[in-house]
Design a protein around this ligand. Sequence first.
Ligand SMILES: Nc1ncnc2c1ncn2[C@@H]1O[C@H](COP(=O)(O)OP(=O)(O)O)[C@@H](O)[C@H]1O
Ligand SMILES: [Mg+2]
Length: 252
Amino acid sequence: MLKIDKLNVIVKDKKILNDFSIDIKDGEIHAIMGPNGTGKSTLSKVIMGNKNYKIESGKIVFNGDVINDLETDERARRGIFLSMQNPISIEGVQNSEFIKTAINARRNTPIGLYEFIKEITAKASELDLKEDMIHRAINVGASGGERKKNEVLQISLLKPSFIILDELDSGLDVDSLKKVCESLNKYLEENPKTSVLIITHYPRILEYIKPRYVHMMVNGKIVKTGNLTLALEIEKSGYSDTFNISENKVYE
Ligand SMILES: Nc1ncnc2c1ncn2[C@@H]1O[C@H](COP(=O)(O)OP(=O)(O)O)[C@@H](O)[C@H]1O
Ligand SMILES: [Mg+2]
């Protein structure tokens, strides 16, 4: 589904992604862990087409097409969704109106108002998201946790085929994280071809949404790949020890 080949990305003359490669197939869940400032959020923004990040060389291939130069809205139309590390608020744009417009951008005939309201209300209740969040301006006055829930609400309504979760777990309390992950798992069961890239510092989210591969990223590239055992090792020993001490160890 998503293949990245030797991607080099610069931000304000600083090289952030360094020959970064990854291959995520249909229906696979991958996780990336890595120290602060290593380029994880940069990666997610580059996949989504943020213009502040310049691709120097390399390719991003989505479902067989090179998407390096596509606009963000076209990437979204093709099914890519980024749940941002810090979702912003937007004054003057009603949340439900925004979601409905995004849904319709991917449909030939607009969604019926009754069907839409029914679906958004049901999903908000599944996520334990206060109903007035739906009708307010996007994330205005919302807590960190509510913003994250709102991202997952968008996922369940927009039905993307490739989902990036950039630190979804930050800002969510233990109960909310469980609820949000249950909702995402339900979505993945109903849409088994969906692929997910989870960026996180903690194994907890990976115990709910189980990745097939866990990658450790340092200085803009993947330096080690394993499974959940690698995530647990990182939690126990930290990034540098996991990298240094266990250089030849295979985490399976
Ligand atoms: N818009 C930007 N302007 C300047 N520097 C940036 C910008 N975005 C990211 N960076 C820098 O790129 C590096 C990687 O950041 P980021 O991708 O957010 O790391 P991570 O998500 O792994 O913590 C950091 O040094 C950060 O300061
Ligand atoms: Mg980040």
